[in-house]
Write a protein that binds this ligand. Structure first.
Ligand code: IPD
Ligand code: CA
Ligand code: CA
Length: 271
């Protein structure tokens, strides 16, 4: 870790601890919940507070950074390919946060000149921190995560976003076909926690419909550092430029998912 990465790393660990304490404390009070685009797309006062807290800390410590935050407290526009860009999801899994009070994560990714350099996913209620540093691997509570076995879909568990169950055609058909390839299906309700499941080898593949850059940015580096693969449904590297449908998997499972999408002619239809 060079000096800059070390400085950012130590700062992020401190901020994550403070943010986690704020979230746990806020859970004792009544949440202020607002609907965004639909009844399952929620934002709370805590999402907003945590994003503002993280952005204030970043701006004070690294004033030249650009910041993209889900709740809109960051910069209006960012240029991912120039300078340092921070991408923040203050609570990934807000519906879980509201309904379960667990199974959510704080996510932070840092890009330099368009390259993911470090990323963090903190499962607050489990005190489980997974982070990755470019070229240095991914760690779960400071233990290096071993590259998961390169299992294919028929040898493992598959995860997806719930839209594939409750959406209309062709999403239902898509989900049915992919689910049949695996030994079983598991759903977490948080793209970040799904990235962790894959990195640990608990699942072999995950597909998600129209994720935003903050849903994908932190998980992407973790997935790549453990030797797994992440692309769009069209097989391209995620651009983090807007909504993208995403496949993550072991190299074998990713290939199977991608080729199945191609056979179903769905790789372009539902991106
Ligand atoms: C959501 C979660 C969920 C995914 C949604 C995301 P949020 O993030 O990651 O798993 O299916 O598309 O929007 O809104 O809870 O931060
Ligand atoms: Ca999210
Ligand atoms: Ca969020």
């Amino acid at each position: 870790m060079n000096t800059l990465i070390r400085k950012r790393h130590e700062a992020i660990l401190t901020w994550l601890d403070v943010a986690a304490e704020k979230i746990k404390k806020a859970l004792h009070d009544e949440l202020e919940v607002e609907q965004k685009t639909n009844p399952s797309d929620l934002v709370t006062n805590v999402d907003k507070d945590i994003e503002q807290f993280l952005i204030n800390q970043i701006k004070m410590t690294f004033p030249k950074s650009q910041i993209l935050g889900e709740e809109g407290y960051g910069d209006r526009t960012i240029d991912l390919n120039h300078g340092t860009v921070w991408i923040i999801d203050p609570i990934d899994g807000t519906l879980n946060f509201v309904k379960q009070k667990e199974n959510f994560a704080i996510m932070i990714a840092v890009y330099d000149e368009g390259q993911a350099i470090q990323s963090y996913i903190y499962n607050v209620m489990n005190s489980e921190l997974v982070y990755a540093i470019k070229g240095e691997g991914a760690y779960c509570n400071n233990q290096l995560i071993k590259t998961p076995d390169n299992l294919d879909m028929h040898e493992g568990l598959y995860a997806s976003s719930s839209i594939f169950y409750i959406g209309s055609e062709p999403l239902n058909e898509f989900h049915h076909n992919l689910s049949k390839l695996a030994l079983g299906v598991r759903l977490k309700g948080s793209a970040g926690l799904e990235a962790i499941e894959l990195a640990k080898g608990n699942t072999v593949g995950y597909t998600a419909h129209t994720l935003m850059p903050w849903d994908v940015a932190a998980g992407k580096l973790i997935i790549e550092e453990v030797g797994c693969v992440i692309t769009t449904f069209a097989g391209d590297e995620p651009s983090l430029n807007g909504k993208e449908s995403i496949i993550m998997g072991t190299p074998k499972a990713h290939r199977t998912l991608l080729s199945t999408l191609e056979q179903l002619h769905m790789n372009h239809n539902i991106c």
